[in-house]
Design a protein around this ligand. Structure first.
Ligand SMILES: [Zn+2]
Ligand SMILES: [Zn+2]
Length: 343
């Protein structure tokens, strides 16, 4: 079967005609992948920017950590029925380290990730632990289901920001994670959701289709001026950053009200310096979010089941796996929002 793999510690990915997925052992299932999204971190691994050295001992590895499909075979002890549509939580915990034993799997000391350090979903079949599979609600198809992982990342960022009823929230960055943040900020009761980005037409269009029309293009004027114009001259209650562009942190602090919360969700290529006196006097709360807690998956699946079609505009391109490299180039050039590969 065709596999889209990272083979070398350098720019690029390879389409490879590999062997079938192994038969499922005890506690495992084989999933026939129907939809697998290209994530921003996949694009970084493709470009081989800093921060992906952890993959080197695992190369070659089939990528793809945002996917959904159907269980087609199962090993001993698995209760999931064959044919069940599932989305796959890519985080694999060891079960034996001090934190796992304590029940704190989120902080596993030996975490692995399906699609980054274990074989992933850019393949027709993948064998994974049944414990990583979450059945989709009956009205959610595998295309929307494959959005679950990035939606969970966005939901966790909103939980971290403690977005409250009536709050004004600024989402920095209109990509998939920014879209997820905007959707869940609205679901959490935000009164107004502003979205900022720089000359990002295709992804601004997705934001509009999702119902977010207060869009700030920082290529056209300062963030502060545009926030003030849209928010009746007031700074915002919560800023959630998903740009990965270090100067965005200071721009975000500049539009945050006293004692407001700024959540950093982007993966940044370098450091940033902050004017600490202003930071202290404004009592700004600077927080980080990364990945998500297991209970967040259940919350997101419940919300997906409530109105699956409201999430579908996030997917802008659908391609067969043999055109996967084209999908990566579309993502890299920000010509696409979410690209789904169909193995
Ligand atoms: Zn991802
Ligand atoms: Zn562990």
């Amino acid at each position: 079967m065709l596999l889209l793999r990272k083979t070398k510690a350098e720019f690029g990915l390879d389409l490879f005609d590999g062997t079938e997925a192994p038969a499922p052992g005890p506690g495992q299932v084989t999933v026939q992948v129907e939809n697998a999204g290209i994530c921003g971190s996949d694009v970084h691994a493709y470009e081989w920017t800093d921060g992906y050295g952890f993959m080197v001992p695992h190369l070659p590895v089939t990528m793809g950590h945002e996917f959904a499909g159907r269980v087609i075979a199962k090993g001993a002890g698995v209760t999931l029925a064959e044919g069940t549509a599932v989305t796959v939580n890519p985080s694999v915990t060891c079960g034996v380290c001090a934190n796992c034993v304590r029940g704190d799997q989120r902080n596993c000391l030996d975490r692995k990730t399906i699609g980054l350090t274990l074989p992933g979903g850019f393949a027709r079949y993948v064998t994974v632990s049944a414990g990583n599979c979450l059945p989709l609600p009956a009205n959610v198809d595998t295309e929307v289901g494959a959005l679950t992982e990035p939606l969970c990342v966005g939901a966790e960022a909103v939980l971290t920001g403690q977005v409250g009823l009536g709050d004004t929230v600024l989402v920095m960055g209109p990509g998939t994670i920014g879209q997820a943040i905007a959707l869940f900020a609205r679901a959490a009761g935000a009164g107004r959701v502003l979205v900022s980005g720089r000359a990002d037409g295709p992804r601004f269009d997705v934001m509009r289709q999702l119902g977010f029309n207060d869009i700030i293009d920082v290529a056209e004027g300062s963030l502060l001026d545009q926030v003030m114009a849209l928010n009746n001259g007031r700074k915002v209650d919560v800023v959630i950053e998903a740009t990965g562009y270090p100067p965005a942190i200071n721009d975000g602090l500049g539009v945050l009200r006293t004692a407001g919360v700024l959540v950093v969700a982007g993966i940044h290529p370098g450091p940033v310096s902050i004017h600490l006196t202003n930071f202290v006097r404004a009592r700004h709360q600077l927080r980080a979010t990364h990945s998500c807690a297991r209970p967040t998956w259940d919350k997101v699946l419940t919300l997906l089941g409530r109105d699956p079609e409201s999430f579908r505009p996030m997917v802008t391109h659908r391609l067969p796996l043999d055109r996967g490299l084209e999908g990566f180039e579309l993502s890299r050039q920000r010509a696409a929002s979410k690209v789904m590969l169909r193995p």
